[in-house]
Design a binder for this molecule. Structure first.
Ligand SMILES: *[C@@H]1O[C@H](CO)[C@@H](O)[C@H](O)[C@H]1NC(C)=O
Ligand SMILES: *[C@@H]1O[C@H](CO)[C@@H](O)[C@H](O)[C@H]1NC(C)=O
Ligand SMILES: *[C@@H]1O[C@H](CO)[C@@H](O)[C@H](O)[C@H]1NC(C)=O
Length: 200
């Protein structure tokens, strides 16, 4: 939206709850540790996110194998390279593995669109982004997307308020009524609303 003349400089803030921010590396540490959930599995995350860009059934299979990026796209990985951007404690003993390029020729340019993958822009574009609020959850496959975004935005000088919720999962705010009652979901809602009230 910042690139759209109609909205440029009209956005006051971006406020995100455990967001998905890129679709080119689905083998970061959080994707490995929470591959089978809780709640959001790697397979489901991939399936849901590609629905925005294609109905091609071959693509999710290739993404699961991490073999879907086209030849010549290696340069994009510097924007999401977790071995570079993730805080040490989350790297643990994971070893960075480069995706295999050029195996799937039916690539999908939509996945590389910054409206789908906002992490795939350079630092000068990040600098234009507004005040940011972001919640990440520990037990969430998307944890590392959020942590990397926080690091990159701060490096680019954008003011960021980051809340990391240690004891909860992706989708926590959906579980605030019986029978799936998560107290952490209510805490997240309270934090989010207070931030909006103070900053909008
Ligand atoms: C990712 O970062 C590591 C070290 O920080 C580097 O060795 C590696 O070449 C990078 N890979 C890509 C694809 O950018
Ligand atoms: C993809 O295209 C390249 C170059 O056009 C070709 O060399 C390669 O064999 C193709 N791969 C597949 C899996 O079709
Ligand atoms: C950042 O990306 C934009 C859009 O692709 C481009 O116009 C600009 O030259 C890039 N800036 C740098 C410093 O690479």
């Amino acid at each position: 939206l910042q690139n759209d003349p109609e909205y440029r400089n009209k956005i006051k803030a971006q406020a995100m709850l455990y967001p998905k921010l890129q679709a080119i590396d689905t083998w970061m540490p959080s994707y490995r540790e929470y591959e089978n959930g809780p709640f959001l599995t790697r397979k489901l995350a991939i399936k849901l996110s590609i629905r925005y860009v294609t109905e091609d059934e071959e693509l999710p299979e290739a993404i699961l194998r991490n073999e879907y990026m086209p030849e010549g796209s290696r340069d994009l990985f510097k924007f999401v390279n977790w071995s570079h951007f993730l805080p040490e404690k989350y790297k643990k003993n994971h070893v960075y593995r480069e995706p295999v390029l050029g195996k799937l020729n039916a690539s999908c340019p939509g996945l590389l669109d910054s409206r789908v993958s906002p992490l795939l822009v350079n630092d000068s574009q990040l600098q234009n982004l507004p005040l940011t609020y972001i919640i990440t959850c520990e037990h969430d496959i998307l944890r590392d997307d959020g942590l990397i975004y926080v690091t990159r935005l701060r490096n680019a000088g954008v003011p960021v308020t980051h809340e990391h919720i240690k004891d909860t999962i992706h989708g926590a705010i959906s579980f605030v009524t019986a029978p799936m009652y998560l107290h952490s979901g209510l805490r997240i809602i309270d934090k989010y609303i207070s931030w909006l009230q103070e900053n909008l």
